[in-house]
Design a protein around this ligand. Structure first.
Ligand code: DX5
Ligand code: ZN
Length: 214
């Protein structure tokens, strides 16, 4: 079954609580929270205090996507704030293994992400400790970009590696996914779809969520 993880980056931040309720009522499984530091990516979003604030109002699984340099510095903070899964980019740290350990010490699920031009092979040494692989299908930094078709090969390569590992690792895709191209990422092997503008920009969120799942 496909799980949907709406990215709050595309929601109305002035009404965060009611926006989250909308997607929760639409039957999504995860809530995708994009954290950007203005260094790893050229945009700044939100920090642990926002995660903590929304944790009180939502029982959704918090899928926290860290797009920050040296993420290990903030893993404890996001874990305490209420993250369920913490994803770090392999390009953002010289010590991926230490970041994984830090997430595990906090009792949270481990996600590892690659940007569109990063070779999936880089993930192989960590598959025995990962719970989720996040394949970026746009350059991280902004919502509302177009899906990069060439990233489909990365999804397929990750799906094959996961299969080989014999482990239950989720395969998530992020960027430019809508009901129009969701079948492409599903056929490539993804089981978790992040969608920001497609969901929050929809005039009928439950319908869009249904279409994404189908
Ligand atoms: C991009 C973020 C994505 C983004 C997705 O850096 O990681 O999660 O918000 O937004 P859409 O679905 O609008 O491309
Ligand atoms: Zn994201």
């Amino acid at each position: 079954m496909i799980k949907i993880s709406p990215s709050i980056l595309a929601c109305d931040f002035a009404n965060l609580q009611s926006e989250i309720k909308k997607v929760e009522d639409a039957g999504v499984e995860y809530l995708h929270i994009d954290v950007m530091d203005g260094i790893f990516v050229p945009n700044i979003t939100l920090g642990p205090c926002v995660v903590k604030a929304i944790r009180k109002y939502s029982s959704l699984f918090f899928d926290v996507h860290l797009m920050i340099t040296d993420p290990i510095r903030y893993i404890d903070d996001f874990a305490k704030a209420g993250a369920d899964l913490i994803t770090v980019h392999v390009e953002s740290t010289f010590d991926v293994s230490a970041a994984i350990d830090r997430i595990k010490v906090n009792g949270k699920k481990v996600g590892l992400s690659i940007k569109p031009n990063t070779k999936p092979e880089i993930l192989r040494p960590y598959l025995d400790r990962a719970d989720l692989i996040l394949v970026m299908t746009v350059e991280p930094g902004f919502g509302g970009q177009s899906f990069i078709d060439a990233t489909v090969d990365n999804i397929k390569a990750c799906a094959a590696m996961i299969k080989e590992s014999g482990r239950e690792i989720e395969l998530e895709v992020d960027g430019g996914v809508s009901p129009k191209n969701a079948h492409v990422v599903k056929n490539a092997g993804a089981n978790v779809i992040v969608a920001g503008s497609a969901v929050f920009g929809s005039s009928d969120i439950p319908k869009t969520v249904k279409e994404l799942k189908a």
